[in-house]
Each structure stands twice: as structure tokens, then as C-alpha cells.
Design a protein around this ligand. Sequence first.
Ligand SMILES: NC(=O)c1ccc[n+]([C@@H]2O[C@H](COP(=O)([O-])OP(=O)(O)OC[C@H]3O[C@@H](n4cnc5c(N)ncnc54)[C@H](OP(=O)(O)O)[C@@H]3O)[C@@H](O)[C@H]2O)c1
Length: 383
Amino acid sequence: MRSISILGATGSIGASTLDLIRRNRGDWRVVALTANGKAAELAALAREFEVELAVVADEACLPALREALAGSGVEAAAGPKALCEAAARPADLTVAGIVGCAGLAPTMAAIEQGGIVALANKEALVSAGEVMTAAVAKHGATLLPVDSEHNAIFQCLQGNDVADVRWITLTASGGPFRDWDLAQLAAATPAQAVKHPNWDMGAKISVDSATMMNKGLELIEAFHLFPVGLDRLRIIVHPQSVVHSMVEYRDGSTLAQLGPSDMRVPIASCLAWPKRMDTPCNPLDLAAIGQLSFQAPDEQRFPATRLARQAAEAGGAAPAVLNAANEVAVAAFLAGQIAFTEISAKVATMLSRAIPAPPSTLDEVLAVDAETRARANEMMEHA
Ligand SMILES: NC(=O)c1ccc[n+]([C@@H]2O[C@H](COP(=O)([O-])OP(=O)(O)OC[C@H]3O[C@@H](n4cnc5c(N)ncnc54)[C@H](OP(=O)(O)O)[C@@H]3O)[C@@H](O)[C@H]2O)c1
């Protein structure tokens, strides 16, 4: 039996992970589950999986969590420190499934255990970059990518030498607005943006998919996970989301990983790594799909990938600024404060301003994040 903790247990990644655990109850002991504010949902999961510890990030939700867990024997706690304590509690594997830079400190706490961290929380790696990869090396942790594209690349690299890689190609669905013109994009609503054609995901990543910032964040994520250099990373739009990414080698061979648009596939690959496990996902029926198509990304309509590449090239604090500005802009869009096309425009403005000094510790990354959020929020108030 292996032990597991899930950070962000009440989210989309958390639900997919717990679905796999539920189907293999005898193989896993669940140590800790966390959420932000969904105390009742978290308590129900904590009871079902008989966990040691349940933590809500929002301290105001602790009384509700305590009440819902009364008599269960599950410990309840709240706040940022408790979140890190949950992540630091020994477990063979931790799923980092919190959304946004809010997941950075707990993910780092999990890394410091030196075990396996299955990383979905791309914003944490984008913001912390070298600080996180240095911690992984220092503590002998293993970072397994949950993101379907990076999981695909990870699989295509097995048994090969990164020195032989010519290209890593990240595929992008293009999101719900792939064929929309600029006028249509300017009028896009939050309800339209969160309705992804292929994937069922949380609101923030769904908006990121619609702006293509998700692919921009993934470009930076790939830069840190796979040491081939930024100039060997490229993006291609593939509307069917069947080919999850590709690696081309110098002999002309391209290896790709294909599968259904179901996050339980890459999550299962992390849970079972280096072995395989069963999933309830539909087998890939290429005859029914019929055609796979590919097209170049359009950075005129979707400038986010260009902004992300620019931030990655600049390095230092620029990716953390890009990420924090994007988180604030996406929240403002979802709250009806700014137009869809303003999301990338605001991120571009924040990147064009003075960038703080390169952070070299977790606290310095968090300071860049907090400062950028404060400045970006100020900008939204004047939008
Ligand atoms: N969903 C996907 O298919 C998918 C695919 C690839 C990568 N990812 C990445 O995985 C991460 C999670 O995405 P998701 O779609 O699962 O998001 P989601 O459905 O919105 O769930 C987010 C989780 O994080 C918790 N959370 C939110 N804000 C928090 C905070 N300030 N402090 C602590 N916990 C907080 C939420 O708790 P509450 O429920 O209490 O709010 C929830 O458990 C993101 O980084 C995303 O980019 C997701």
C-alpha cells in the first residue's frame, strides 16, 4: 500500500485523482486532503477516504470544517501554514492540484519531503522556475508532470537522450475561440470562455485555454522540466486534442503520445509510475475520430504565447510577473471587470514595466507575486 496526499482535492484534478484512488482503494492510504473554502465537500471526501488530516486555506471556513468532521477522527486545520504542514506530512506521492501561485508554498513543502510530486499546478513552476527545480535536486524529489502535454513529452523521452532532441512540440486545442475574429473575441463572455470544447476543467485554466495563455504557461513549464532550451520548444494547434504532444529526434523520428481527452490518463501515469495501471477511460477510437488536423498558432489574435516566450527569454522575475498579472486579469475578466482581449493586453502592460530583481528564494518569488498582484489590481481598478 502506498500513501498519497492531494493538494486541491475539491478541484477538477483532485476529483480525477480521487476517482482513480476510489477504484483502487486497497492500494492507497490517503494522508491529507486540502481545499480553499469548500469545507463541506472536503469533509465528505476526508470521511470517505478516512484521511489523517483535512485543511482549508481559508481560515474563516475552519468552524464549518470542524463541524462537518465531528466524531470522524480526522484532524482539521486551516490557513497557509497548515496547508504547508499538510504537504510536508510524509507521503509517498503528493498531487499538487491547487490552482495558481497559491499552490507554490505547499508544493515546495511537498518537494522538501524528497518524495514524488505529481505536478498539475503549472503556475507554481512558472513563477518559481529555478527555485523549484533547485529544490527538487537538493531534496532528491521526483517531479512527474500531470499536465497532459508534459506527461506526453515525459513519456516520449523515456529511454532517449535529451541531447538527441530536435524539437519538442506542445499541442494546443486552440480553445473555444480558435476560429473567432478580433471583434468576436472582444465581446467574448466568461460563460463562453469557460466552456472548453474538449476538456472539463476549472474556470481559471479554461480561460487560460481560451486566451492561449495556458499554452504560454506550458511553454515555460516545459522549459523547466525538459532541458532542451527554449529555441527547441514550439507550439502547434491541434483542435481534436488527441495527440497530447510530440518529441522529434535528430534522426527524423517523431514520437507522440495519443489518448482520450481525459486527465485520468496522465494522472494514472503519475500514480503508477514507472508502471501502468487500469483506467476507466474510453479506448482511443481513431476510426471514429476520422481526422487529426494541425495548424500554426495565430499570435495576432492570441498574443499570450508570444508574451510567455518573451518572459521566458527575459528569465529572472519576468515569468512570475507574467503569471501574477495573468491571474489578476483572468479574475477581473471572470468578474466582468475587463473584456476578454484585455486579459493579454494587461499582462503585456505589466511585462513592459520595470521587472523586479531575479528571485533566488521561495520568499523572494512570493514577494514578486504579491507586488505584481497589488500593481495589477490597481490597474484593474482603473480599467
Ligand atoms: N483541470 C484540468 O484538466 C487541468 C489540466 C492540466 C493542468 N491543470 C492545472 O491543475 C491546477 C488545478 O486546476 P483545476 O482545473 O483542478 O482547478 P479547480 O477545479 O479550480 O480546483 C482548484 C483547487 O485548488 C483549491 N484552491 C483554489 N484557490 C486556493 C487557494 N488560494 N489556496 C489553496 N487552495 C486553493 C480549490 O479549492 P476550493 O474547491 O475549496 O475552491 C480546488 O481544490 C491548475 O494549476 C491547472 O492549470 C488542470
